[in-house]
Write a new protein. Structure first.
Length: 95
């Protein structure tokens, strides 16, 4: 998920880092709840902030069928948009 910076954020590095961490946690919470809503299996949240320049976290979940996986991906994207996050790519979707 791409997190847009808040216009009210201060230029202070510490405040920006705290704000960023709280945004990441808020996003993870939305994703986790969206996955639980559609009964995802084996939800795993990984902190990749120390090894990746493009992501702070990765969430992996399992489903029971192709249709279930599509529903998981759609629900996460929809709930993220409702919460103000902008999904820029979703793995698990097949057209």
């Amino acid at each position: 998920m791409n997190l847009e910076p808040s216009p009210s954020a201060s230029n202070s590095h510490d405040l920006a880092m705290n704000s960023h961490l709280s945004n990441v946690q808020a996003c993870l919470s939305v994703v986790h709840e969206a996955l639980l809503d559609v009964k995802a299996k084996d939800i795993l949240e990984l902190d990749v902030s120390t090894i990746s320049n493009v992501a702070d976290a990765m969430v992996i979940a399992s489903g029971t069928s192709t249709r279930h996986l599509k529903a998981l991906a759609n629900n996460v994207a929809e709930e993220a948009r409702k919460a103000g996050f902008r999904p820029i790519g979703v793995e698990g979707e097949r057209d």
